[in-house]
Design a protein around this ligand. Structure first.
Ligand code: SIN
Length: 325
C-alpha cells in the first residue's frame, strides 16, 4: 500500500506547458508553443535523474490554459495507480504554470497522498538561451526523493509551495508563484531542502477520498460552476444571462463563484441577481479578488465565503462538492 514507502523509484508524468515549449528563436521567451518537447527528453537533460530508477509517462501534451476534465482524469488516474506501487517513492509532474495551482488543488483534494506529488514547470521554453525548466525539474526530484515529503506541492524557482496556497502572481518572471500569507513551505538549495512549515496534510494510507476520485474518473463533465468578478459598475446582467441560458453539454448552471471586492463584498446590483440565482437552487460562493488575505467571516454575510480559497480554487472546490452531492 501507499504508506509502505520503501522504494526510491520515481515516476515522472508529463502534461506539457512551457517547460516543454519550443520557440523558433533561442532569445524568444514569449512567442513559443507550449507542450512540444517529450517529457522523456526533458528528463534526459537532468543529471539528478540519471542515477534514479525511473518511470516516465507522457499523460498529455497541452498548454495548461486549455486544461480539460479528460486530462485531469487521465492524470489523477495515473497518479493514483503509481502511488499504490510500494516501490515508488514519489511522483513528479511537469505542467504549465497557468493552471498548475488548479491541478495541484484538485490532486490534493482528492488524494492527500502520503508520498510526495511534486508539480513543476517553467516560465521559459525548453529552447530558451537559459531555460529554467531543467533546474526546476532537478529541484522537484530532490523534493520527491526527500524521505519526509508528502502531499501535493508545486516546486518552482527553488521554492516549494503547498497546493492549497500556491497562486501564480506574475506574468513573466521565472519565480511567478506566491503562497500568500502562509508563505512557501520551504526551499531547495543545491538539492537540499530547507523547510519553513509542515508538509500538506496526508492520509496515512491509500487515497483520501477513493469514492470522490472514482466519481471524478467516471464524470462526463464537472458540474457547471461559473466564475465572475464584482467590479465598479457591476450589474446582474451576466448572472441573469446565465440563468436564462439553456443547459450546455455540462448541464444546467449549478454554481457561481464571485471574486468579490476586498473582504468578499459584492456590488449591490450584482448581489440582487446572485440572490435570485441562489433562490433558484444555484450555489453561490464569494471569494476575494485581492491577491492576498482571505474573506474574513463575519455576522450578516449575504453569501457563503470560500473558506480562504482563491476564486479559481473555490470554483473547483464547489464543482467537486456538487459532483459528490
Ligand atoms: C502553460 O501553462 O501551459 C503555458 C504557460 C506556462 O507554462 O508558463
Amino acid at each position: 500500500m501507499e504508506n509502505e514507502n520503501q522504494g526510491r523509484r520515481l515516476v515522472v508524468l508529463g502534461t506539457g506547458g512551457t517547460i516543454a515549449g519550443r520557440a523558433t528563436q533561442a532569445n524568444d521567451n514569449v512567442g513559443y508553443v507550449a507542450g512540444q518537447v517529450a517529457v522523456s527528453d526533458l528528463v534526459a537533460k537532468v543529471p539528478a535523474l540519471a542515477a534514479c530508477p525511473l518511470d516516465v509517462e507522457q499523460v498529455a501534451q497541452i498548454n495548461s490554459k486549455d486544461m480539460v476534465l479528460s486530462v485531469w482524469q487521465a492524470l489523477a488516474m495515473r497518479v493514483a495507480v503509481h502511488l499504490d506501487r510500494p516501490e515508488v517513492a514519489g511522483i513528479v509532474i511537469t505542467h504549465g504554470t497557468d493552471t498548475i495551482e488548479e491541478t495541484a488543488f484538485l490532486l490534493q483534494a482528492l488524494l492527500r497522498p502520503s508520498k510526495p506529488v511534486v508539480l513543476t514547470c517553467a516560465m521559459r521554453p525548453a529552447t530558451a538561451l537559459v531555460p529554467d525548466g531543467p533546474q526546476n525539474l532537478s529541484d522537484a526530484v530532490a523534493v520527491a526523493l526527500h524521505p519526509q515529503a508528502c502531499g501535493v506541492v508545486v516546486v518552482c524557482a527553488g521554492r516549494i509551495h503547498g497546493a492549497l496556497d500556491v497562486a501564480k502572481v506574475h506574468t513573466y518572471r521565472t519565480d511567478p508563484f506566491e503562497s500568500g500569507d502562509a508563505g512557501a513551505l520551504g526551499c531547495v538549495e543545491e538539492a537540499q531542502l530547507r523547510l519553513f512549515r509542515p508538509w500538506p496534510p496526508a492520509v496515512s494510507q491509500g487515497t483520501h477520498d477513493p469514492a470522490g476520485l472514482q466519481r471524478l474518473l467516471d464524470a462526463a463533465e464537472l458540474p457547471r460552476v461559473e466564475l465572475m468578478f464584482s467590479h465598479a459598475g457591476s450589474d446582474g446582467e451576466l448572472v441573469r444571462a446565465l440563468l436564462g441560458h439553456p443547459p450546455t453539454s455540462a448541464g444546467r448552471l449549478r454554481g457561481i463563484v464571485v471574486a468579490g471586492t476586498g473582504n468578499g463584498t459584492v456590488h449591490d446590483d450584482l448581489l440582487v441577481a446572485l440572490k435570485q440565482a441562489q433562490a433558484g437552487g444555484v450555489h453561490v460562493v464569494v471569494a476575494s479578488r485581492c491577491a492576498q488575505g482571505r474573506v474574513v467571516p463575519h455576522d450578516g454575510q449575504p453569501l457563503p465565503d470560500s473558506a480562504g480559497l482563491s476564486p479559481v480554487k473555490a470554483r473547483l472546490a464547489l464543482a467537486l462538492q456538487l459532483l459528490n452531492a
